[in-house]
Design a protein around this ligand. Sequence first.
Ligand code: GDD
Length: 341
Amino acid sequence: MTKVALITGITGQDGTYISKLLLDKGYVVHGIKRESSTTRIEDNNKEKKNVNLHFHFCDMTDYSKIIRIIQDVCPDEIYNLAAQSSVHTSFDRPEYTAEINSLGTLHLLEAIRTLGLEKKTKLFQACTGEIFGNSLETPQNENTPFRPQNPYAVSKLYAYWICVNYREAYDMFVCNGIMFNHESPIRPDSFVTRKITKAAVRIKKGFQEKLYLGNLNAKRDWGFAGDYAEAMWLMLQQDKPDDYVIATGETHSVKDMVEFAFREVGIEIEWEGEGLDKKGINAGTGEVLIEVDPQFYRPIESSLFVGNPSKAREKLGWVPRVNFEELVKMMVKNDLELVKC
Ligand code: GDD
């Protein structure tokens, strides 16, 4: 029987990867998007319209519309990827962040329950490594205590617990994927990896003079979004629902990311100074290419993240295929083809 999936946030990076994966597996895919969004997967299918791909206009705050869509679509699997996903923005818009990330998740759970779909519809919840915050443990696994440090992480922690609660209280098939940073060539440049790869290419081609960044010493566990989409799907194919850390187990600083990306375009970066005065210099020419701008700092920051994906490896058979170096190469290669100005 053909499986039906509903994806919230289908317009985003993760929505694009999971919808492609599901369409390739023969699923009928329904995506929820806001009126204003266009999807990459839809753009890719413009000429040859995919008959298995359908869109619904809705917002995660609109419970009555969500319930109608779920009633019409009657999905086997829901992937909840819609989010206000920027940590930085969450300090400025904490309430909006909570509405989308926390209550939006509750809306899906309530809709499944109200429609009596508890035994039919499985839910994947995109949780985040940010819930570990200023963790006392490294690397972080499923048993590490949560110490969220920003409104985004707090909103996602509500979503995490409400999913666990509905799973236990109503015997629903709900999984939290506690996903660490995952990137790709279609990552928006409001996130640091794409901001860096795009800038490296633009500087190399003479379209940009400098790159301004925030905390260069922050360390993140960066994986490839395509690998993480596979983990999401695997979680919903198990006999029992559970929560899994999805990460590479490797960590790199923002500074490392800069060095790798610029090296890919043939520029060696040397560093001078400390703190706000730190500068990245083109070792070949002596030009200052990278400077620190305090506007990109966050009021508080979890400076080290690294996940332990052992449980996902053992129970799901999931391993990340693309390592950090390959990820940076892939993103720079894409930007070299894309960046015209
Ligand atoms: N965005 C951005 N811009 N981040 C910068 C900059 C800058 O100019 N300079 C330094 N950084 C640092 C941030 O302070 C952070 O430590 C790190 O780069 C990564 O920032 P982002 O790429 O914005 O991602 P994030 O770690 O805050 O959050 C991402 O990963 C989470 C999972 O760990 C997002 O995808 C979240 O939605 C996701 O949950």
